[in-house]
Design a protein around this ligand. Structure first.
Ligand code: ZN
Length: 66
C-alpha cells in the first residue's frame, strides 16, 4: 500500500502485510511517518529527555546494584 508521510509528504510504499499497514488500515486516523521523519522525531524526543522535561522512573535496582 502507498502511504504519505504527514511531515514531508513523501510517498512511500509499504508491505500490505506489514504491521504498519495493518495499523494504518485499522485506524486511518493514524498518520504515517517516513523513516527520516520518525527518526528526526525520536531524536527530538531524546533531546527533550535530556533537558529533563520528561520524567522517568529511575530504576531503583540501579542503586541497589551499587
Ligand atoms: Zn517524512
Amino acid at each position: 500500500m502507498r502511504v504519505k508521510c504527514v511531515i514531508c509528504d513523501k510517498i512511500e510504499s509499504i508491505e500490505d502485510e506489514s504491521f504498519e499497514a495493518k495499523r494504518l488500515r485499522n485506524r486511518p486516523i493514524h498518520t504515517y511517518l517516513c523513516n527520516d521523519c520518525s527518526s528526526r522525531i525520536s531524536e527530538k524526543t531524546k533531546a527533550r529527555i535530556d533537558t529533563g522535561n520528561f520524567r522517568f522512573y529511575r530504576t531503583q535496582s540501579e542503586k541497589d546494584e551499587w
